[in-house]
Design a protein around this ligand. Structure first.
Ligand code: PGA
Length: 249
């Protein structure tokens, strides 16, 4: 039985002092969850956030990282920096990074490999545009993203990875994929991992749905056999995140 994982993706929201206030608000609301709970916060909020969640079950994640260990890469943050700061998870290849910051499947793969090298759990994002969905190529497209992201990743590593299926048309739009749409693609992603690594790995890997998840939509989504939780943007900044985390109550 896979443990659910529910991660907030704060995106470019909350100054360090605002982050502390939000964490204090959310702490009691997410306490006692059956799922793993992660707050993925802006880089500048990481250090105070790690201190603020000490003694709770909340883990802190980063929203991005670079694929080199160190050096002349002005503005970038490395995997060893994240590890030293107490980060456990890192979102890799979010569609906003692909769209606005020129991330490609190839750089996603390099980052995934680097995350594993340093013991960080990558939350690897995939998902189609509305045009791709209308063209009927969603599953082909997502399978390609997954196959490239996992190049060179071992089965043992893949078992510990998290994949976030996020249809781009559902992100920040208030339009949630239907439960059937979300389950169909998450099941296809699991099947793809099965083809690459075998049934054990497919059974172990955790696959989230993301895209306008709310306290209202979470229970039905997370009840699907291949949906192991969510990657939550807008609602992760609100008290509703507590409802999402306790979707099973
Ligand atoms: P949303 O964002 O929940 O605001 O749609 C999800 C995400 O981008 O991870």
């Amino acid at each position: 039985m896979r443990k659910k994982i529910i991660a907030g993706n704060w995106k470019m929201n909350k100054t360090p002092s605002e982050a502390l206030a939000l964490i204090e608000t959310l702490k009691p609301l997410v306490a006692g969850a059956d799922a793993d709970v992660v707050f993925c916060v802006p880089a500048i909020d990481i250090v105070p956030a790690v201190q603020a969640v000490a003694g709770t079950d909340i883990a802190i994640g980063a929203e991005n990282m670079y694929f080199e260990d160190k050096g002349a890469f002005t503005g970038e943050i490395s995997a060893p920096m994240l590890v030293d700061a107490g980060v456990k998870y890192v979102i890799i290849g979010h569609s906003e990074r692909r769209e606005y910051f020129a991330e490609t499947d190839a750089t996603v793969n390099k980052k995934v490999l680097k995350a594993f090298e340093y013991g960080l759990t990558p939350i690897i994002c995939c998902g189609e545009t509305l045009t791709q969905r209308e063209q009927g190529v969603t599953i082909d497209f997502v399978r390609q993203q997954i196959k490239i992201a996992f190049q060179g990743v071992t089965a043992e590593q893949a078992k510990t990875a998290v994949i976030a299926y996020e249809p781009i048309w559902a992100i920040g739009t208030g339009v949630v994929a239907t439960t059937e749409q979300a389950e169909e693609v998450c099941a296809a992603v699991r099947a793809c991992i099965g083809e690459l690594y075998g049934a054990d790995t497919a059974e172990a890997i955790r696959i989230q749905y993301g895209g306008s998840v709310s306290g209202a939509s979470a229970p039905e989504l997370f009840a699907q056999p291949d949906i192991d939780g969510g990657l939550v943007g807008g609602a992760s900044l609100k008290e509703d995140f507590g409802k999402i985390v306790h979707y099973d109550r």
